[in-house]
Design a protein around this ligand. Sequence first.
Ligand code: TRP
Ligand code: SF4
Length: 368
Amino acid sequence: MKDRLDPWTVGEIKDYQNLFTEFGIGSFESYQKKLSDNRYVRRGIIFGQRDFGRIMSAIEKKEKFAMMTGLMPSGRFHFGHKMVADQIINYQLMGAETFLCCADLEAYLMRGISYPDARKIAVEEYLTNYVALGLTEKNLHFWFQSDYVMPYYRLRDMLAKKLTLNELKAIYGDLTPGKIFSVITQAADILHPQLPEFGGRKPTVVPVGADQDPHIRLTRDLAARFAGEFDFIPPSSTYHKFMRGLSGGKMSSSDPRSHIALTESPEEAAAKISRAKTGGRNTVEEQKKDGGVPEDCMVYDLLLYHLIDDDKELLKVYGDCKSGILLCGECKKKTAELLKEFLVEHQKKRLKAKATVDSILENRLRTK
Ligand code: TRP
Ligand code: SF4
């Protein structure tokens, strides 16, 4: 049987190459030069895309385009989430109309999270951190799936007409009514920015992890089925690699040992670095002789994704690790310092974010 990407039970994705050959995701390599300001692009963390050419061309010609993505309010906001936030903010800075949804319906149906809890997490964890990281109200549309406006719900209901049960089974395997609702709602999230009520058709990019690709493929197919009714442009997407957890394996908001939250005390965070899985050897002698393996190192991951923006500086760590000049103790100490510095600054910014967060919530479109 073919592999299936399951949006609700992803562990780790071990073989990114397979996503190109089996699922038809395109490589992001050809955009690396043009978007080299972006650390995640430059370092191959954003590795795949569908139809990104449309977005690149809109950026280059300064034409209207939208960015749309959703957040699953399921727990504490950690460094894996920061990567997505940075991407959202980057598109906003490039002039995208920024559509950002809280998937509280999906959280309720698929993860058993109540609406009040989902809202609290979305506001205190996600929105506040987004704003502290640089999200502004400019061109921003934020909504809750459970509390939005009629044209969105009307589109969602119309999407049902264009789907068959067999098609959904082929994509998602075992179905439940909750899955079906989540899937169709997500398609409405992605397509509704192109409704006349939201300014009409426009290229839309959806930055996600590869686990979300089944939704993207389905939504792209759905877009085409409305030819004549709505002239949707099939949404484009980009795919990023997931950061691994601190002890290897998956980084998960429900396992505090696997992640560092952006609200964590800097000291606690630093202590987690000292316990993190590294690519170091068993003994100092061995490491001096054979060098470390940064590719297998969770400390290096933090530097690569977040803490060192200067490529030369990162390359030096990489080279010194490989050649055994740099030992894990020293490297961890330096990383812990960078981390502490970041968290102290970030947490100050969080305190100042409240007014903007309140205003985003107050001004959002919702059911009156
Ligand atoms: N399903 C996504 C998740 O689990 C959340 C989500 C909801 C989403 N609507 C979306 C993502 C639209 C991208 C686009 O994280
Ligand atoms: Fe990881 Fe640093 Fe040790 Fe290399 S030296 S394995 S990058 S902790």
